[in-house]
Design a protein around this ligand. Structure first.
Ligand code: GLN
Length: 495
């Protein structure tokens, strides 16, 4: 915990604000006492958790990686954090991120870039020779790097288009994004509200499930968070289907008999590195070995996903980020006195380059001249992708109303297996600077975006290392909306 922050944070730069040491130690002592008495508050009692800078906390800043909110302390605490605190978790501090969640390499931040801790495995501070700075992934790069370097037990991140899964893959930890609506977004600063999810970064699948079980709750403060009744309906729909029973996580672990895994052909893109491809094949073999049937499937509209995502995400962002006007809270420019000039100065000083680019893009696709051509078309593509997924799943989707005729139809699958990223973590020098084409960078999320558009649960599990550079590679497990348990069961076989 705290020792590793002292040891590695200077290089890694995952933690931006660290919680008060005395307070952490005191809470840890109290938790240890409760464990000793056999009365821990939960399995997480005493665990130190890091929170991405876009989760509201009253004691530490919530900067969102932005100059706009550099001095911002929230007046309330995010629901997910409150639930963890009730369960005895200790706040270790707040971790780095791409500004407002926009980015894939944690380079767009006002707190200095985060570095992939894997670069310094086996090195001492005294001997940093030959260290090659690599991307930790983004936008939850701080969360993944903090967990990978053992600075905390686990971290919360947010995943809009892959921001938990990509960093998890690059840093070699487990990254989990539940179905949209499972975890309250109250207190999570909005990027693109219809896509934003709270996600976890952990060292194991079981840890991800432990945290998920605690924070996946109804919350009247977030109208998009599933109610108790909706949750009941979802599990009933999933269980109502005949045929395969869910794998019993405790007794039949690593046994996937009766489970069918789909391999979406469209994810086998030309850009995949040979090492990633070969690990994907090994992952398929491991699932077969555990008793699963593996079938090729097709999600024909995958190639339209990135375009649709960046149209919708920037449109929603341009609307969400209107609130930073220099009047209500956050940065206020001192260079202007009239109202319009105040907005303009405040926003050009407060927002970084990437955020400004996205606001412009989002504003453009919402203008009357391009609304039908871009925004509406992107909405249509999103619906098409959702129905592509429905068509291949053996379990019903309680949100879209899709229902397969029978779970026994062997052409339909329970989960999907794909890579998370096309390569291992890139060198940081290839991720930042004027020579980087921003549009090209958007392609980094090509394998994670489809699940985001469809709202599906998806997890990145570390699965071996690339033979060439020794950096970790993650495989992605996805399943039908609401079927988180299936993701856990399949992912456990891979870890
Ligand atoms: N890299 C993607 C983006 O910049 C995804 C970010 C995210 O999931 N927050 O939009």
């Amino acid at each position: 915990g705290l020792e590793n922050i002292a040891r590695y944070n200077k290089y890694v730069n995952a933690f931006v604000d660290v919680a008060d040491r005395e307070g952490v130690l005191k809470q840890a002592e109290e938790a240890a006492q409760r464990w000793e008495n056999g009365k821990p508050k939960s399995p997480l009692d005493g665990a130190i958790i890091g929170y991405k800078m876009n989760f509201c906390t009253t004691d530490l800043r919530t900067t969102c990686g932005s100059n706009m909110l550099d001095n911002f302390k929230a007046p309330y605490t995010a629901t997910a954090i409150e639930l963890l605190q009730e369960a005895g978790a200790i706040t270790g501090g707040k971790v780095n991120m791409d500004e407002f969640g926009m980015g894939s390499h944690n380079v767009f931040t006002n707190a200095g870039i985060t570095r992939n801790p894997h670069s310094i495995v086996g090195k001492t501070v005294a001997n940093m020779e030959g260290v090659e700075d690599r991307s930790p992934g983004g936008s939850s790069g701080g969360s993944a790097a903090a967990v990978a370097s053992n600075m905390c037990f686990a971290a919360l991140g947010s995943d809009t288009g892959g921001s938990v899964r990509l960093p998890a893959s690059y840093c070699g930890v487990v990254g989990f994004k539940p179905s949209y609506g499972r975890i309250s977004r109250w207190g999570l600063v909005a990027y693109a509200s219809s896509l934003d999810t709270v996600g976890t970064l952990t060292k194991s699948v079981d840890d991800a499930k432990t945290i998920y079980d605690i924070i996946s709750r109804e919350d009247p403060k977030d109208s998009t968070c599933l109610t108790q009744r909706q949750r009941g309906a979802i599990s009933k729909a999933i269980q109502s289907i005949d045929g395969t029973a869910a794998v019993d996580g405790t007794h039949q672990r690593k046994r996937l008999s009766g489970i069918r895994i789909g391999i979406p052909q469209e994810f086998n893109i030309a850009e995949l590195s040979p090492d990633t491809k070969s690990l994907w094949k090994q992952g398929i073999a491991a699932l077969k070995e555990a008793g699963a049937d593996v079938v090729p499937v097709s999600i024909p509209n995958t190639k339209l996903a990135v375009g649709a995502y960046f149209t919708l995400a920037t449109a929603e962002a341009s609307s969400n980020l209107q609130r930073y006007d220099g009047v209500r809270y956050g940065h206020q420019s001192t260079h202007a006195d009239e109202k319009d000039a105040l907005y303009a100065h405040t926003r050009s000083e407060g927002f970084g380059k990437e955020v400004r680019r996205r606001i412009l893009l989002g504003t453009y696709v919402l203008t009357s001249g391009s609304f039908d051509n871009f925004f509406l078309r992107a909405q249509k593509i999103r619906r098409m992708i959702r129905s592509d997924f429905d068509k291949i799943f053996a379990r019903p989707n309680a949100i879209t109303g899709y229902r397969p005729s029978s779970e026994a139809d062997t052409s339909k699958v329970h989960a999907l297996l794909t890579p998370v990223a096309v390569t291992t973590a890139p060198k940081l020098e290839d991720c930042v600077g004027d020579h980087i084409d921003p549009i090209n960078a958007y392609l980094d999320d090509i394998l994670t975006i489809p699940a985001s558009l469809a709202g599906l649960p998806a997890m990145s599990v570390p699965f071996g290392k690339c033979a060439k550079d020794g950096f970790p590679v993650g495989l992605q497990v996805m399943s039908q909306y609401g079927d988180e348990e299936m993701v856990f069961d399949v992912a456990r076989v891979l870890e």
